[in-house]
Design a binder for this molecule. Structure first.
Ligand code: SAM
Length: 292
């Protein structure tokens, strides 16, 4: 029994026979102290605390993070889970927190979240999740490339494999710096909060994980498809100079590089996120009919 009067997570897993399914990226957390730390790490992000927020959680599983979010005062948790066995297990949490946990059976990749959340009664919405590793990046792309910006959420607190977290938060001139770093940072500030060792999960994965916090920032004045194409071309041949790698876009890169004040002999990993945005804006002026 825990402070919320509910059984230990290992007991829940055994009672509802939640044998882990690899295809669903199921590595469950069982320690409410750890999930409490994850929940509290969202405090202050995006200018709001958990106690003033609605939480959108993807993949609650047996509910270790869900329970911590509720214990730590989230106004409401709206959780999307694809595995019907977990939906059954989550009913006990719903009963312990009347009106504060809504569970939706479905695929998080297909969710129209603002419609799902509906009227937030003036509360900000935080996304907090131990993501299934196989769709973690796809969900991040979904949330960071929304047309409507600022987005419907005020912050993201997400578990990733450490290697993915390092790529999201990487700085120029490092090995991890690449397309995911630009995606993670062109519209958000991204930071690794802390690592989570394999032994924290059931079953234990082979690699270390980490919690990444992302807070939306003002959107740069560039169209994302153009930025994406430039970033792809530049990092696809990351050892080549930009004057060569960007030829893959089908037009002479020199006018846009000059307009963006970027030295043509630079390589992709030397450019900051702001450099890439400036370059994308220059391409809009010089070459948009070709690469848009
Ligand atoms: N939050 C739980 C925890 O920390 O113990 C479980 C995390 S586990 C890494 C990922 C969860 O996401 C699993 O419960 C899995 O069933 C669920 N899941 C997998 N694919 C999903 C999808 N497309 N939409 C919603 N949930 C999904």
């Amino acid at each position: 029994m825990y402070e919320d009067g509910l059984p230990a997570l290992r007991e829940v897993i055994s009672r509802y026979q939640l044998s882990s399914r690899k295809s669903l990226g199921q590595n469950f957390l069982t320690d409410l102290n750890l999930t409490g730390k994850i929940a509290r790490s969202a405090n202050g992000l995006g200018g709001s605390d958990l106690k003033d927020s609605i939480v959108y959680e993807v993949g609650p599983g047996p509910g270790a993070l869900t329970r911590a979010l509720l214990i730590n005062g989230a106004c409401k948790v709206i959780a999307v889970e694809t595995d019907p066995r977990c939906i059954l297990a989550l009913k006990d949490i719903q009963a312990a927190y009347p009106g504060r946990l809504e569970v939706i059976h479905g695929d998080a990749l297909k969710m129209d979240e603002p419609q799902l959340i509906g009227d937030n009664n003036g509360h900000s919405v935080k996304i907090i999740a131990n993501l299934p590793y196989n769709i973690g990046t796809a969900l991040l792309v979904k949330w960071l490339t929304l047309k409507a910006w600022p987005p419907w959420y005020s912050s993201l607190t997400l578990m990733f494999q450490k290697e993915v977290g390092m790529r999201i938060t990487a700085t120029p001139r490092t090995k991890a710096y690449g397309r995911l770093s630009i995606l993670g940072q062109y519209r958000a500030t991204a930071k690794i909060m802390f690592d989570v060792p394999p032994r924290a999960f059931v079953p234990a994965p082979k690699v270390t994980s980490c919690i990444v916090a992302l807070t939306p920032k003002a959107m740069p004045a560039v169209r994302q498809p153009i930025l994406e194409k430039i970033v792809y071309a530049a990092f696809n041949q990351r050892r080549k100079m930009l004057r060569t790698s960007l030829k893959a876009l089908g037009t002479d890169p020199l006018p846009a590089l000059k307009a963006a004040a970027i030295t043509p002999t630079c390589r992709a990993e030397e450019l900051s996120v702001e450099d890439f945005c400036r370059l994308a804006a220059a391409y809009e002026n010089y070459s948009s009919p070709v690469i848009s």
